[in-house]
Write a protein that binds this ligand. Sequence first.
Ligand code: SRM
Ligand code: SF4
Length: 591
Amino acid sequence: MSDETPTTAAPAAKPTAVELVKTASNYLAGDIAKELDDEAPGFGKPSIQLLKNHGTYQQDDREQRKAKEGAKSSREISFMIRTCVPGGKLTAAQLLAAIDLGDEVGNGTIRLTTRQAIQHHGVVKGDLKPFMQRVHDIQMTTLAACGDVERNIMCCPAPIHNHPVRAEMQATLDKLAKHLAPRTRAYYEIWLTDPDTGEKTLAGGTSGDKDVEPIYGPTYLPRKFKTAFALPEDNCTDIYANDLGFLVVHEGGKILGYNVLAGGGMGVTPSAAKTFPALAKRLGFVPPEDVLAIAEAIVKVQRDYGNRTDRKTARLKYTIHNMGLDAFRTKVEEYFGKPLAPCHPADVHGFDDHIGWFEQGDGKYFYGLNVENGRIHDRVVSEQGGGFRLKTALRRILHDIKPGARITAHQSLLFTDLTITDRERIVKILHDHGVKTSEEISTLRRWSMACVALPTCGLAVAESERVLPGLIDSLEPEVAKLGLSHDAFTVRMTGCPNACARPYNSDIGIVGRTLGKYTLFLGGRLLGDRLNTQYKDVVPFEHLSREITAVLACYKAERHAGETLGDFCHRKGVDAVRTWADEWLAGARGA
Ligand code: SRM
Ligand code: SF4
């Protein structure tokens, strides 16, 4: 069954427009090459869809739209480009090149994403090809960073060498990332042909030729597909939010196998009741040598049974919901060719964001630097001072010290392979550029995360990255007054319910509802294994600080010893927390 030519589910209904585009594209080639050479600043609709699979989104700065109203074209087109960084692991040279690209053809900043990848914004059409070529030159790719394929696979990035399990897990991720990478030649032919000779050939294969894409077939997947690896004691990759998760089961420094989790996903469309966030379900256990085969089987089941008639319900979570978990498992076993063993009892019980100084176990050190919302930029407020120059500081560190670099799933950065003397040098460089070390920022800020949102994200209905730092500024003194400065809880904000900063399993989720207004969620937790519950809706941004402070006051007053914020809200229930907090806000509790 697994070797059969892919078929699509629900044949009676009409495939979506995106499906038709993929089908006609000859393995993602379409008319991209032709349109790349024309004079227009952007691409036609089918190419815009296909380009996502090549790692780029056609966008426009939504604030420029307003500024240009009345002009011939009110949209200034540019492109977001995402580069894959499997497991978040890259070299100093690669990160430096990414920063250079941001300066040379992007908007002068780069962004570390919630899935350990890198995003550039503001690239114009004429710079796309040189951009892809530079990325290729540094042995990286943008292929499959977005689109209906396996995305950047996540893995705990910590380089802890006396923990052989981590090294083996990271090596397995590398193999899986290669195995699930699309094999179409379209990417190479469009972006990587010699610009001088202009030599181009048609994309490999013809529609229906399963050898071009033995795993995906000509129509690829019905929707994006995301995979993560995690350890029970360290779920820093938020494994339960992924379509496919491999939870390492280990004993005595050896990997016994992996618990396979399937069907996690966060995005919701509020107008469509059929959509919902879901945690991945525990499917079964596989020995290490079966990781590639089980991943391939699950991808193929999703390929053949995922919904290609409605993109809103096309993710694996809906396939599992519609089939039922047992029927899904049976189908996976059929494709896998043997039964799946039941899950090992191991489950997530710890979380580490790897921020701060650590020994690697090989005589070297690594340092986790908190990068607020993953944005690497210089923010000079005035000639007299203020602001910080993070981008310039990173250039110095990467150039002078040449550490390894790793991106965390919390949008931050690890410098690896440091000697003891590098510690002082790094701190000095950061301070010289007005950048706070991780030790100098609050626990609250360290565990906060915001998505991109305005002005580039076409789906944003509210601000996120640009307002979360200010919200944290206003919360910090309140948290200190309550004596909670050392309590770790996740605050995750997004500019819409698509949930790119994974707000639905956080302690405090803040989700854009409409411009300047948000829905508040409570009761998830650091471990990432529980969805939170809606607490208040349509909360104006200006009220968020006091609303959250009231919740924290309730937590402080009524928590059990050792109870985390999320566990407290979950135990007490959002209704009881709301009643208490509203009384506190009204002054009835001595606020
Ligand atoms: Fe996301 C769409 C940014 C992680 C769920 N996401 C988008 C787009 C491409 C907007 C668009 O479709 O036009 C955003 C680009 C905005 C911009 O201007 O840069 C965008 N997503 C991001 C990033 C950069 C947020 C960040 O601040 O880091 C993250 C890039 C990750 C990466 O490197 O691959 C990012 N997105 C996520 C996550 C978190 C995760 O994967 O762990 C989620 C929730 C998990 C999930 O997939 O369910 C997520 N993004 C979505 C969705 C909702 C998908 C759904 O099934 O409902 C969309 C909209 C869509 O696909 O239609 C979306
Ligand atoms: Fe855009 Fe919404 Fe994702 Fe934020 S959550 S980046 S606003 S799609």
